[in-house]
Write a protein that binds this ligand. Structure first.
Ligand SMILES: *[C@@H]1O[C@H](CO)[C@@H](O)[C@H](O)[C@H]1NC(C)=O
Ligand SMILES: *[C@@H]1O[C@H](CO)[C@@H](O)[C@H](O)[C@H]1NC(C)=O
Length: 302
């Protein structure tokens, strides 16, 4: 090797090393696992502190609704993609008219939002879970299912997986709803705005139970729901969507196996839709006057 060739080679190696270091830095700057499991660290109470209890170790929290007020808390950080798992025990007994909302929202005028809403019932279980998605400020995408267990007896895990390819709602790891990114076909998809995690318990008796026919029976209150052992494994918003969208190995949510449902997930998903589905906006021809939203004509499972 001549001297010149060697200098040239070193230059290349230096450039390579610098870019490797730089890539590594990028990776480190993406904080993805953020949950500490301590409600006092990851969330703050945004509504009625007097109606919120947190255990001394911070690992359990409960919300109360009475005639005076509902209550709620919200995450201190915002996120763009990842997975949130929350363990919830719902309001027991006659919960008609109450609604527990557990959702991710960007809180913007053109907001993006991913909603779980638990709708109370006079007889307690079966509980209806309503899910909805706002993209670019528009919703009207409600689905409803019956839960296949009594959600007031024990904690169960309610999760959202959200990435550039799909949004999957899960109950104890079973997918109950799938919303695919069909932005290339003109269907709005939440993919730019960071969202915070919010949970609140409130009076929804104008609509929640049998379209508002069953009102809250205050003599059955106070109504209490509890939360524990959550996990947030998501991309913390740092002002630049590029970090969370990148196909780097730290961004696990964009990996191939999280881009579609697995075979096993698909089987469970079909089971939920076949035996537990109560309402699907994509079948509500009357409401949309035979002009169903565009995503309704696209494949459901792939
Ligand atoms: C908090 O604890 C107090 C005292 O035990 C109880 O009266 C109240 O209902 C609890 N509130 C919630 C939200 O669990
Ligand atoms: C309430 O529970 C009863 C069973 O006890 C069920 O038949 C009914 O459909 C439920 N109603 C709603 C609105 O979930």
């Amino acid at each position: 090797m001549t001297n010149r060739a060697m200098t040239h080679c070193f230059k290349h190696m230096r450039a390579l090393i610098i870019s490797l270091l730089y890539l590594n830095l990028l990776r480190i700057s993406v904080a993805s696992v953020v949950s500490t499991g301590n409600f006092n660290n990851d969330f703050f109470v945004m509504w009625a502190p007097s109606h919120v209890n947190t255990s001394t170790d911070g690992r359990e929290r409960s919300l109360k609704l009475d005639q005076e007020s509902g209550s709620g808390f919200t995450s201190t950080q915002m996120f763009l993609f990842g997975q949130i798992d929350m363990q919830i025990k719902l309001v027991p007994g006659n919960s008609a008219g109450t609604v527990l909302a557990y959702y991710l929202t960007s809180d913007q005028p053109n907001r993006d939002e991913i909603d779980f809403e638990f709708l109370g019932n006079v007889s307690g279980p079966p509980y209806i879970v309503q899910t909805n998605i706002y993209a670019d400020g528009l919703d009207n995408r409600e689905e409803r299912i019956y839960l296949w267990f009594d959600p007031t007896e024990d904690f169960h895990t309610y999760s959202v997986l959200w990435n550039l390819h799909q949004i999957v709602f899960m109950v104890d790891s079973i997918p109950i709803r799938l919303y695919r990114n069909n932005a290339d076909k003109g269907v709005a998809y939440p993919r730019w705005q960071p969202m915070s995690i919010k949970i609140s318990l409130w009076n929804g008796d104008s609509w929640v139970t049998r379209g508002g026919q069953d009102k809250i029976d205050w003599s059955k209150g106070p109504f209490i729901a509890s939360f524990s052992d959550y996990k947030i494994d998501a991309c913390v918003w740092n002002g630049n969507p590029r970090f969370c969208r990148a196909d780097s190995s730290a961004n696990w949510w964009n990996r191939r196996r999280f881009r579609t449902l697995t075979r096993v997930q698909k089987r469970w998903f079909k089971w939920v839709r076949k035996y537990h589905m109560v309402y699907d906006y994509c079948q509500d021809y009357r409401r949309f006057q035979y002009n169903l939203p565009k995503e309704c004509s696209l494949p459901k499972y792939s």
